[in-house]
Design a protein around this ligand. Structure first.
Ligand SMILES: *Cc1c(COP(=O)(O)O)cnc(C)c1O
Length: 462
């Protein structure tokens, strides 16, 4: 054992072999790394082990450890899950103009809160407010970190210490612990549950209104649908009731849609402008769901209410940064030209891809996938259904095609191994396990991105 300890090279000897690494990562990082390695080798020898103490292998291990440290944890992936707005995969892919705008403002000082005309302090909302108003018909608008923050801020501003009646059919949980009742409690207001899970009537709202009522609220049931013997109160009726009692009507729309979806061949989804026209005083919606922009929560509606919301000290804690504002402004600008939207906005491009094109793409990629994953799997091109995701249009599935990979052995273990090996490349490929197969739904792989996938497949060793 004493001999083995003696065989261990000293740090200085190792450092002489690692000048290139010292140049890349800095002397401190290399020294710390080598120390760690030597401590571990000594411990192993002390335990009676016989580790490889050759100077070259210690150097190689140090280089591997240094390279691993340098890999970013957050990285791009190829989304073949078939879910277009996948929350765990970062939701909307930003349009090019938004990416460019982020780069520009991130790398330079900007007039984020500086009025170039007066030379005085400006308002960060000003960079998007008029666009939001133009596209929704709202009098005023503001933006926060996400829609959960928007709901929290609206309730806290308009209903703290007061009551808010909400239909039992709309007490939504969005996943990742956003539940309307819990958000209401944190906003400091009292939820008054009304109606039943399947049916809520206008009289339920009317009966719930009292001295302490602050506003009426409607929540879009984003990720589920109550079917069968059901009734809910439409925005128009609720708006009339709210007006009768001089209460604001707040609508949490969830996904903020700004265009006529049926005209694009997509399932119908009410727009922000329609909801405001139906009498909502305040609407809230996400920036990175159907809108296809950055993570943000948009709040639009009556001028006096938006002014109060903006004055709430919580606004400062929930505000968005310059990169988000830059990306949001560019995304919204694209909506000024709805005819070009399908070209410019990735989310809508994915959602409206032609089923036949996706199928043809599957046929094209089939031989390559077969070759990549080897003979222990059978691969075929199969029709399947994609999801919009993020609780948008939950029951409306989009016809698509996928490469369906089945293990010849029929074993779940080999299926999991395949799934894992597709996640090995520098840009991991993420599919979906379903009914004993791995499905690679091609909806979000545009033809221009095929080469990127092919490049990554070279790194797959099943
Ligand atoms: C998605 C959603 C939210 C939360 O929005 P985030 O932008 O994810 O914070 C809130 N309410 C409804 C109805 C939703 O669909």
């Amino acid at each position: 054992m004493a001999k083995r300890f003696q065989q261990l090279p000293g740090i200085d000897t190792l450092l002489q072999l690692m000048t290139a690494e010292i140049n890349t990562w800095g002397r401190d990082a290399v020294v710390n790394n080598l120390r760690d390695l030597l401590v571990r080798l000594r411990a192993e020898i002390a335990r009676g082990g016989t580790p490889d103490c050759a100077i070259e292998s210690i150097r190689d291990n140090a280089i591997a450890a240094l390279s691993a440290l340098n890999v970013s944890s957050l990285m791009p992936v190829i989304n073949l899950t078939g879910t277009v707005l996948h929350t765990n995969l970062g939701r909307a892919v930003l349009p090019q103009t938004a990416l460019d705008a982020v780069m520009t403002v991130a790398g330079s000082p900007s007039n984020l809160e500086f009025d170039l005309e007066s030379g005085r302090r400006g308002e960060r909302d000003s960079h998007v407010e008029s666009l939001i108003c133009e596209l929704t018909g709202a009098e005023a608008a503001t933006v926060v970190n996400n829609n959960a923050a928007a709901v929290l801020l609206v309730l806290n501003t308009l209903a703290m210490g007061h009551e808010v009646p909400v239909s039992r059919g709309e007490l939504v949980e969005i996943g990742g612990s956003f539940r309307i009742p819990e958000v209401m409690a944190r906003a400091g207001c009292q939820l008054v549950e009304i109606g039943a899970t399947n049916r809520t009537h206008l009289t339920d709202y009317r009966n719930a209104i009292g001295e302490k009522t602050a506003l009426l609220m409607k929540v879009h049931t984003s990720n589920y649908r109550v079917e069968g013997f059901t009734h809910s109160v439409a925005e128009v009726e609720l708006a009339a009731l709210a007006a009768e009692y001089s209460l604001p009507l707040v609508v949490d729309m969830g996904s903020g849609n700004l265009v006529n979806f049926t005209a694009l061949g997509l399932p119908r989804e009410v727009t922000a402008a329609e909801t405001l026209a139906q009498g909502a005083d305040i609407i809230t919606f996400s920036g990175d769901k159907l809108l296809g922009g950055p993570q943000a929560g948009l709040i639009a509606g009556r001028h006096d209410l938006i002014a109060a919301i903006r004055k709430n000290p919580l606004k400062r804690a929930l505000r968005v940064d310059k990169m988000t504002l830059a990306a949001l402004a560019e995304t919204l600008k694209l909506y000024r030209d709805p005819d070009d939207l399908l070209k410019s906005l990735p989310t809508l491009r994915y959602l409206t891809r032609d089923e036949a094109d996706i199928h043809a793409q599957g046929q094209r990629l089939l031989p390559l996938i077969k070759q990549t994953i080897g003979p222990s799997y059978t691969v075929t091109v199969e029709r399947c259904l994609s999801q919009v995701g993020s609780g948008s249009l939950p029951v409306d599935l989009l016809p698509s095609s996928a490469l369906q990979c089945r293990p010849a052995s029929g074993h779940d273990e080999s299926l999991r191994r395949l799934q894992q090996s597709l996640r090995d490349p520098p840009v991991p490929v993420v599919g979906r396990l379903h009914k004993g197969s791995l499905w690679l739904d091609l909806r979000c792989l545009e033809v221009k991105d095929e080469d990127a996938l092919i490049g990554q497949l070279q790194h797959v060793a099943p």
